[in-house]
Write a protein that binds this ligand. Sequence first.
Ligand SMILES: CC(C)(COP(=O)(O)OP(=O)(O)OC[C@H]1O[C@@H](n2cnc3c(N)ncnc32)[C@H](O)[C@@H]1OP(=O)(O)O)[C@@H](O)C(=O)NCCC(=O)NCCS
Length: 174
Amino acid sequence: MSTVLVEWDRLQLGARVDDVLDVYAEAMEVPRMAARSRRSVLAGHLDRHGLRAVAALDGPQLVGIGYGYLGAPGQWWHDQVRAAMAPTLAEAWLTDAFEVCELHVRPSRHGTGLGRDVLLTLLAGTSAGTAVLTTPDRETRARQFYRAGGWQDLVRGLEFPGDPRSFAVLGLRL
Ligand SMILES: CC(C)(COP(=O)(O)OP(=O)(O)OC[C@H]1O[C@@H](n2cnc3c(N)ncnc32)[C@H](O)[C@@H]1OP(=O)(O)O)[C@@H](O)C(=O)NCCC(=O)NCCS
């Protein structure tokens, strides 16, 4: 079956929250129910300014998803990342930034160019001057994927409250 990329509005994204979290669970190798406990986090993003979502669909099945929005002070992730940056770095990267919140592809489809297609489509439609995201600060597949796409390390060793993992903040000029 051929895969199509579709831009979803906030209503479509909201209607498919469980599918999005199932793709997240598979891609991140976490239990499905643990992933679904993130429903309220995703729901809280639906009214964010500049929200964009791109779905990769095989017929009705969601096989990849990316979404993000234009970040702003007062939002939890934005404030955590800003606090980890020197003011000049934050000014350069966070003042007009599309924050990539989720990007996930089902493992059976990894390495087929789908992640890149979803990400490029997602970023192509934003007005922002930069894109930023966090990813575990390890040599993961995602880290290599972003590096290959031109993303640069802005911050390393970032820790979020309540999460034992260490994260890197990555940025891309658009
Ligand atoms: C990260 C992820 C979205 C990438 O999607 P993907 O469809 O597997 O990646 P693509 O096939 O589009 O790769 C695009 C390019 O990235 C690079 N790349 C991807 N995986 C790589 C790897 N393991 N090593 C080196 N380069 C890699 C290559 O340059 C590749 O281009 P090429 O196919 O021309 O060689 C996907 O692997 C995934 O969902 N991972 C688990 C969830 C996750 O970590 N998401 C990100 C959270 S921040």
